[in-house]
Design a protein. Structure first.
Length: 92
């Protein structure tokens, strides 16, 4: 299973987000899959696609399952980006 997680992460880094999301969806169906890690990886894929709502949703699910995992930091980072982006729009 570790190999699939690594493969999904490589797909995300290479910009192959559709493939990464499809692989993550298939892994969700697998017995014993690390759901927190899958949601985190899905969040990263959505972030790469600029699909902010989906990304935050995945990070929240991951954080619920693993409060100390990497999704908490990713969610804070994305929220900071969105807060900055929205403030910038008001200053135009």
């Amino acid at each position: 299973m570790q190999q699939m997680f690594d493969e999904i992460a490589r797909d995300i880094e290479a910009g192959r987000t559709a493939e990464a999301l499809e692989k993550a969806r298939r892994l969700h169906a697998a017995e014993g899959a690390d759901k927190a890690r899958l949601y985190y990886l899905e969040g990263r894929a959505y972030m790469k696609r600029s699909q902010w709502t989906e990304a935050i949703g995945c990070f929240l699910k991951s954080e619920e399952l693993d409060p100390e995992g990497p999704a908490a930091e990713s969610k804070r980072m994305l929220q900071d980006i969105l807060d900055f982006y929205n403030k910038d729009m008001y200053n135009q």
